[in-house]
Design a binder for this molecule. Structure first.
Ligand code: HSE
Length: 350
């Protein structure tokens, strides 16, 4: 049995989704994977930093989070900063699921640097630091013989990154096209059913799909961040946000949606990356698709990604794009993948 000690920063939707999975699956993870995953530290801006070197009792932790009060859970650490707390914890992994920030990736990027500089693998669903600073983080990881798990940054726990990086890259990816944001796809689907944009957005927030600030979703920044991540990690092209032509769905009206429906079409927010003569073009924009297009039939918070490759033609993966447990599962799948590789740097291109 391998003991895996993790600390968590960010106890919102994703963090709690991971804890819920651990609560139900801990025994089977021990039995089937040979891993005893222990949460030995938790941190959130709302509560502060708490440590429990023997591992928190997960059900009690979830209950405390439900009640919004972690007092009495392990030891509250009064250190000057979360970065110092991260460095001081005895753990192999940092699970980073704090809010995303596409402007400068703060504060998550500092947490990741603190983890990598103190010998911890980083597993994250946080798109800002990966879209903006992946190459720096990968260099730090490589120097420390560590790895960075990024599955949850694109399509939640649906294994789009693992499929792209570990398998299809070798098939020669020439373009990627996808529905990469759950919130906007959910809103467009609900609008087609006659609901208003505002009600549909409120529903997406309630279901835990939307970001803390949903502007990032509806204006296409979230999908653009995923396009940047796919461009860098799957297509090995150093693109940035500035390279992505971006338009969100806030301008799409109920009338537009109905008009499209009457013509046998659907609006979808589509992210695209393609290489032509060595030049990459990248975009995120509302696109009118005929209903026979496979992407047109992907509804709700479900996402889809089509990799066009030289050796395999088109390969499409459809699955959850957002959600508490779905993104929590991404963290678990990265822990499993990293735990199974003993050689540093052979799972992700570093
Ligand atoms: N807000 C994001 C979405 C969460 O709706 O897709 C998953 O990245």
């Amino acid at each position: 049995m391998k003991e895996i000690k993790v600390i968590m920063v960010g106890l919102g939707n994703v963090g709690q989704g991971f804890l819920k999975i651990l609560e139900t699956d801990h025994a089977s993870l021990m039995q089937n994977q040979g891993l005893d995953i222990k949460v030995v530290g938790v941190s959130d801006l709302r509560y502060g930093n708490y440590s429990e070197p023997n591992g928190f009792q997960v059900t009690s932790l979830l209950k405390a989070l439900e009640n919004g009060n972690l007092e009495g859970m392990g030891k509250k650490d009064e250190r000057s900063s979360t970065e110092n707390w991260i460095k001081s914890c005895d753990a192999q992994f940092l699970l980073e699921a704090s809010f995303t920030n596409f402007t400068n990736a703060e504060p998550a990027i500092q947490y990741m640097r603190a983890a990598l500089s103190s010998g911890k693998h980083v597993v994250t669903s946080n798109k800002g630091p990966i879209a903006l600073f992946y190459s720096e983080l990968a260099t730090m990881a490589k120097q420390g013989g560590l790895q960075i798990g990024v599955e949850g940054t694109v399509m939640s726990g649906t294994p789009s990154m693992a499929l792209g990086i570990n398998t299809l890259k070798a098939a020669g990816i020439t373009s990627i096209q996808g529905i990469l944001n759950g919130t906007t796809n959910f809103i467009l689907t609900r609008m087609e059913q006659g609901n208003s944009y505002q009600n549909a957005l409120a529903e997406a927030q309630k279901l835990g799909y939307a970001e803390a600030d949903p502007t990032g979703d509806v204006e296409g920044y979230d999908a653009a961040g995923k396009v940047v991540i796919l461009g860098n990690l799957v297509m090995d092209r150093p693109i940035t946000f500035a390279d992505v032509e971006r338009k969100g769905i806030s301008g799409v009206t109920l009338q537009d949606v109905e008009l499209a429906k009457a013509e046998g079409k659907r609006w979808k927010l589509i992210g695209t990356l393609s290489i032509d003569n060595g030049i990459v073009s990248a975009s995120v924009k509302p696109t009118l698709l005929p209903t026979e297009d496979p992407l047109a039939n992907v509804g709700g918070a479900t996402n889809a990604i089509t990799f066009t490759t030289q050796h395999m033609g088109k390969v499409t993966l459809i699955g959850a794009g957002a959600g508490r447990v779905e993104t929590g599962f991404a963290l678990l799948s990265d822990i499993l993948a990293i735990s199974k590789t003993n050689e540093p740097s052979n799972w992700r291109k570093q």
